[in-house]
Write a protein that binds this ligand. Structure first.
Ligand code: CP
Ligand code: NVA
Length: 312
């Protein structure tokens, strides 16, 4: 197969063409099937992966570590408590050193500029495992989960309800725009994503035909939705805004009454996790029959493995 992805970094899905995202999703379905059949190979044998974490993680860390390790690779976890980055050493110097020792680098942290600099200076593929403004590997898993459920992406409708300016809401708008998924953000006005980001997504969506919409009205946008998505109200690093967020977002909780507004019996519920049950989602919904959150979490691993197979 012709592969334009070899050697590439995933800083944002904005940098990948719909065809490249399709290639990763196809490979994700394949590696998931292989895993279920016990056909894990040794495709990362002799390779090393640096995993830099400035913020906590369960899914992203475990997906990278297990996907890489079970294929014979050697992942090395580096929290900023352990390495010089951030205290004594710049991101550029860290990138140049790690690039001499590792075949690839994953970064989770605050600044998008940091992951951009790592990709620029390391000379090896760099994967964005979440920043304040993006979470592209999450969106690969979300798209895979929608595709598993409905057999397609183009023309499906995804509605994100909650903190519309957070990393996950923003990353979804890019992924949906690329892949032709109609995407709406339902959020209080003060939490709308910035206009520039929206214009950028709408311009990407011209090619795929996706509609990208934003509203503070909870009802109308949900009608006919294939999937309803929410995320935590207070993202990592924003704890000081906790009281304000809870006050603003209380009416935007995803519960069974909100899910019923889709008017469909087969709509699914998605959440990147971790979830605060009783805040952004009611227990009845996350534990109910529409919830696909555990498949979605598992798909983090398959999509991340596919991303590394395609780029390494
Ligand atoms: N969804 C997600 O990124 O989870 P973690 O924060 O546990 O990695
Ligand atoms: N918006 C959340 C996503 C966690 C996976 C955060 O940044 O904390």
């Amino acid at each position: 197969m012709q592969n334009s992805l070899k050697g590439r970094s995933l800083v944002s899905l904005a940098d990948f063409s719909p065809r490249e995202i399709r290639q990763i999703l196809d490979l994700s379905h394949q590696v998931k099937k292989e895993k279920k059949e016990g056909l894990v190979q040794n495709r990362f044998a002799g390779k090393t992966l640096a995993l830099i974490f400035e913020k906590r993680s369960t899914r992203t860390r475990c997906a990278f570590e297990t996907a890489f390790g079970e294929e014979g690779g050697h992942p090395v976890f580096l929290s900023t408590q352990d390495i010089q980055l951030g205290s004594k050493e710049s991101i550029e110097d860290t990138a140049r050193v790690l690039g001499r020792m590792f075949d690839a680098i994953q970064f989770r942290g605050f600044q998008q500029e940091a992951v951009v600099a790592l990709a620029r200076y390391s000379g090896v593929p760099v994967y964005n495992g979440l920043t304040d403004v993006d979470h592209p590997t999450q969106v690969l898993a979300d798209l895979m989960t929608i595709e598993e459920e409905f057999g397609r992406l183009a023309g499906t409708r995804l509605v994100f309800v909650g903190d519309g300016r957070n990393n996950v809401a923003r990353a979804l708008s890019i992924g949906c725009a690329k892949m032709g998924v109609h995407y709406s953000i339902v959020s209080p006005r003060s939490l709308f994503p910035d206009q520039r980001h929206l214009e950028n997504c709408r311009s990407i969506a011209k090619e795929s035909g996706a509609e990208i919409r934003v509203t503070d009205e909870i009802g109308p946008e949900l009608s006919g939705a294939d999937a309803v998505y929410t995320d935590i109200w207070v993202s990592m690093g924003e704890e000081a805004k906790s009281d304000e967020r809870l006050r603003l977002l209380r009416p935007y909780q995803v519960n069974d009454a909100l899910m019923a507004r889709t008017g469909r019996k087969d709509s699914i519920f998605l959440h990147c996790l971790p979830a605060v049950k009783g805040n952004e989602v009611a227990v009845e919904t996350i534990e109910g029959p529409a919830s696909r959150v555990w498949d979605e979490a598992e798909n983090r691993k398959h999509t991340i493995k596919a991303l590394m197979l395609a780029t390494l």
